[in-house]
Design a protein around this ligand. Structure first.
Ligand code: SF4
Length: 748
């Protein structure tokens, strides 16, 4: 007789005959994993695997990367351009010429009638860097609207703003290798295992080799908090109070790095005077962390030979986002933890190429971290592109989060959305929907024609995805990596690079600019622009072949460094040798303690906490928080179509504390209605101790869900919305009605 396991059939994994592997970089999150795509004998894409020789992921991939090859033939792909006279009428197929002609004509018509800035462009963090550069050239150099931004305002704007205020420039100063050197790591609002699984794996690997304290600051018991030595369940939005209070302890007890402060910073007196008011005895009542804990953590951090901070949306998506980043920088500056192995202020970026758009898209400035506000920068780029410098505005225009209110007021009449889906991603969706209905003309350029925002468009331009194109991404640690073109674009979709180049031809009546025909040509322009003396963002020593050989190079990487590397291996074209180069770029910034401020010193900036956000009250008694789950990426336009990603997380759900649920008579896995002052959403309840009694958590990926409820007040510096601090209440709902409501809302 056969029992138990012996009776089961063994699992069989179908053989995938791979004839050839092609080199790419993952197109989801900012970790920047190197992926090889497997092609069969007949040229079909059959599988993906992590590249074992890549320093970032060392052969590993998360679920999204492992299944990424399924993207190419996923449902809902745009097959051909579509046009219609009015939103909500049926679309008609169109040729590329007709769709591009109509788009260009409508842009010109709106600009002629209402002014150049009445047409806005909102892009993304998910194109290739060469595409960002080309779009920037088109928008800044030809279309000439100043209302141009990326959806990165929803995720990284506070980090950018904070770096600029402290260090005089954007640019994360650290790298993943810092995990291998640090003696204390503090993670603020960052749930690495779900948000950036392979960065988490790098951290875990470092911890297994050499134990150091992991401190997690998060209102929720996230997966990372579960692995922490110390979890600080902070009151939402009060990070500045906690960090000020830590600095109070450090300065009072003489634990600061006096030599570093003296040589490399300015403003210590004002900072010291301000944090004197943040005694842990008082601070504990605001930030919710008891005074002894604050002192313990402050001492641990300051006494570590090297300590580092990482953060993600828990800091950035707040009305104090930019201040939160500056305060983390303050903490690292006074403890001498910038620019040394294991000592850094590392923002973990969101989208795969959010860094590329920050560096090269010209959204908030000009290419290569140049500023519209600086005459010298305007002149340099205008001369390089061959246009009159006066075509550029002297200051940046509206951020994405200000563009939608400007549509409401009629200041903006037309919009071009590139690979972004504000109908799901923006806070306060009812308001965004009304804004979209106000537009005279909307063009949506996206991989998927069923993206929610396309319901409001007049023209749809179908774009190619990921390895249907060629170009670079920059990851969180400033590593530029390459995606090779592996297969042709799906149906009659086109690479975004091609679409921008074709659109540029239609604006030559404004400015005649040369647009390279290949992505590598655009990359070479960027290299040239980056090589000016004194530019920190220097990629002039990179080339596609060198990047692929090194599996990614961290900027700055100058021509002089490339030549030195070439000499070291004897011949510059030997790429196998290049793999063994001791030097593959620069892992850290500010190693010499010289910053990008006029004085060369980093700014220590005193920050007073201002309680200016929505809070729970008797009518809306819960904090409502949102975040990511590992299976999905952003608005699910892609992962919602990938079988296993969707199967593991198919339903909009809400985490709720069992005690709070018992008080309201709410049961596990039933539907409830969550109500805020903006709207309501129906979700399935998951009872868990991961959230406190006064807190709810809903993943942000699902359409018509948490962003029906969010308020999204803006950070005054970065214009980033506070997605994570909202007040809400729970209403029980008839289960059949819940199903009906869900259906109705999906059909609006
Ligand atoms: Fe892609 Fe990020 Fe997963 Fe790496 S961790 S495979 S970059 S989604």
């Amino acid at each position: 007789m056969i029992f138990g396991r012996q009776r089961r059939k063994p699992i069989s994994i179908p053989t995938k005959e791979v004839k050839e592997w092609k080199y790419t970089t993952c197109n989801y999150c900012s970790t920047g994993c190197a992926i090889e795509i497997g092609l069969s004998e007949s040229g079909r894409i059959v599988t993906s695997r992590g590249h074992a020789g890549a320093d970032v992921n060392r052969g590993k991939l998360c679920i999204k990367g492992l299944l990424e090859h399924e993207l190419f033939e996923s449902p809902g792909r745009g097959k051909m351009p579509l046009m219609r006279d009015k939103a909500h009428l049926p679309f008609a197929p169109a040729s590329w010429d007709a769709a591009l002609d109509k788009t260009a004509a409508k842009i010109k018509e709106i600009q002629a009638k209402y002014g150049r800035d009445s047409f806005a462009v909102v892009s993304t963090g998910q194109l290739l860097t060469e595409e960002f550069y080309t779009l920037g050239k088109l928008v800044r150099g030809q279309i000439g609207t100043n209302n141009y931004d990326g959806n990165t305002t929803l995720c990284m704007a506070s980090a950018v703003s904070g770096y600029k205020r402290s260090f005089g420039s954007d640019g994360p100063p650290g790298c993943y290798e810092d995990f291998e050197h640090t003696h204390c790591l503090m993670a603020f609002g960052s749930n690495l295992p779900e948000q950036h699984p392979i960065i988490y794996w790098r951290l875990k690997e470092a911890l297994e080799k050499r134990k150091f304290p992991l401190i997690v600051v998060d209102p929720r018991v996230t997966m990372l908090a579960q692995f922490a030595d110390i979890h600080l369940p902070i009151t939402p939005g009060t990070d500045v109070v906690l960090v000020n209070s830590m600095m109070h302890v450090i300065l009072k007890e003489g634990l600061e790095d006096c030599e570093y402060i003296e040589k490399h910073t300015q403003g210590i007196e004002a900072l010291q005077a301000l944090v004197a008011d943040y005694d842990p005895v008082h601070a504990q009542h605001i930030c919710g962390i008891d005074e002894d804990r604050i002192r313990t953590v402050a001492r641990l951090y300051a006494k570590a030979p090297a300590a580092m901070s990482i953060w993600t949306m828990g800091i950035n998506q707040s009305t104090h986002g930019s201040d939160g980043v500056v305060d983390i920088n303050n903490l690292n500056l006074i403890t001498g933890n910038i620019g040394k192995p294991g000592g850094t202020s590392l923002s973990i970026t969101g989208q795969c190429n959010a860094m590329g758009t920050r560096e090269w898209s010209s959204c908030s400035g000009l290419p290569g971290y140049r500023l519209l506000e600086k005459e010298k920068d305007r002149k340099r780029v205008a001369d390089f592109w061959g246009i009159d410098e006066s075509f550029f505005p002297p200051a940046r225009g509206l951020a994405q989060t200000d563009i939608f209110p400007a549509i409401e007021t009629g200041e903006i009449k037309g919009l071009w959305l590139v690979a972004t889906n504000p109908m799901t991603s923006m806070p306060n969706q009812p308001r965004i929907r009304k804004a979209m209905e106000n537009l005279e003309f909307l063009v949506v350029q996206d991989v998927y024609e069923d993206v929610e925002t396309n319901k409001y468009s007049h023209v749809f331009l179908p774009a190619a995805v990921w390895a249907e194109k060629e170009g670079c991404h920059t990851n969180t640690e400033r590593r530029v990596n390459l995606t090779r073109n592996v297969l042709p674009a799906y149906a009659d979709s086109k690479p975004d690079f091609w679409i921008f180049n074709q659109m540029a031809k239609r604006f030559e009546d404004r400015n005649q600019i040369h647009f390279p025909e290949t992505a590598e040509g655009a990359f070479n322009e960027m290299r040239e622009l980056s090589s000016d003396a004194g530019r920190m963002l220097d990629i002039s020593g990179m080339s596609y072949d060198r990047i692929e050989a090194a599996r990614g190079i961290q900027w700055p990487y100058s021509q002089a460094q490339a030549q030195a590397d070439s000499q070291a291996i004897g011949q510059s074209e030997d790429f196998d040798m290049a793999l063994r180069l001791p030097f593959k770029g620069n892992p850290r910034l500010y190693t010499d303690g010289v910053f990008q401020t006029p004085s060369g010193r980093a700014n220590l900036i005193p920050l007073r906490f201002i309680d200016n956000n929505e809070r729970p009250d008797t009518e809306y008694p819960f904090w409502l928080n949102s975040g990511r789950v590992v299976e999905h990426f952003h608005t699910r336009t892609r992962t919602g179509k990938i079988g296993n990603c969707n199967k593991f997380s198919p339903t909009p759900y809400m985490e709720m504390n069992p005690d709070a649920a018992a008080e309201l008579g709410v049961e596990h896995q039933t539907y409830v209605r969550v109500v805020s002052r903006r709207g309501d959403a129906v979700v399935m309840v998951q009872l868990t101790q991961r959230v406190g009694r006064d807190m709810l958590f809903i993943p942000f990926h699902f359409h018509d869900c948490v962003n029906r409820l969010t308020l999204g007040l803006l950070d005054p510096y970065s214009r980033q919305p506070a997605f994570k601090q909202n007040a809400a209440r729970i209403e029980k709902i008839d289960q059949a009605e819940a199903a009906r409501l869900n259906l109705e809302r999906r059909a609006f």
